[in-house]
Design a protein. Structure first.
Lengths: 117, 114
């Protein structure tokens, strides 16, 4: 597609349920990033993939959060046993080259708004 | 730890006027990059402008320009001839050459008065 696509756009889940959020990066983009954006805040880094390799997961808030990108394209962010504090917008971004190089800007999707009841 | 601070939660400006959004940051690194992103209600982050720290010349993109003061660790965004479509949240972000992470400010909500 022309841009980064995220689905679903909205997700409502009950506390304790597992959720899976999908990100389709721009075709051919090597780098993929996940961010968590709480209401009224700036995004916070969660994890980074270069192709299928997860090179940095230091931002994942707990072991309930898991991300994968098995074939180096589509990525899934999974949250197990959701808690109310997981409610946020989850943003995905991709960039053309690896290494997080800045001369290639990050292109963002529209995000998934996750609400935990 | 690196931090990015946007001290203005909200700014308003009359259409066609000029507005400046403030951003300060804190880093011990010498090589880094600074960005301004725009986030309209659609939630998609859109890159507005970027600045490499090693460049002394301030970046400019059409109506958008920055005032980069490296010694003061300040990176403000000036929007000239404000348009209704400029209304959005504006985020300042910093990227270090040494890792993959973007460090973000809390954002400034820009309101354009017609």
């Amino acid at each position: 597609g022309a841009g980064v696509s995220q689905s679903p756009r909205y997700k409502v889940a009950k506390r304790g349920q597992d959720v899976a959020l999908r990100c389709d990066p721009i075709s051919g983009h090597v780098s993929l990033f996940w961010y968590q954006q709480a209401l009224g805040q700036g995004p916070e880094f969660l994890t980074y993939f270069q192709n299928e390799a997860q090179l940095d997961k230091s931002g994942l808030p707990s072991d309930r959060f898991f991300a994968e990108r098995p074939e180096g394209s589509v990525s899934t962010l999974k949250i197990q046993r959701t808690q109310q504090e997981d409610s946020a917008v989850y943003l995905c971004a991709s960039s053309l080259v690896g290494g997080g190089l800045i001369n290639q800007p990050q292109h963002f999707g529209d995000g998934t708004r996750l609400s935990i009841l | 730890a690196q931090t990015v601070t946007q001290s203005q939660p909200e700014m308003s400006v009359q259409e066609a006027e000029t507005v400046t959004l403030s951003c300060t940051y804190d880093t011990s690194e010498s090589d880094y990059y600074l960005f301004w992103y725009k986030q309209p209600p659609s939630r998609q982050m859109i890159l507005v402008i970027r600045q490499e720290a090693y460049k002394q010349q301030n970046a400019t993109e059409n109506r958008f320009s920055v005032n980069f003061q490296k010694a003061a660790k300040s990176f403000s965004l000036k929007i000239s001839d404000s348009q209704l479509g400029d209304a959005a949240m504006y985020f300042c972000a910093q990227h270090m050459d040494s890792n993959y992470q973007l460090i973000w400010g809390a954002g400034t909500k820009l309101i354009i008065k017609p």
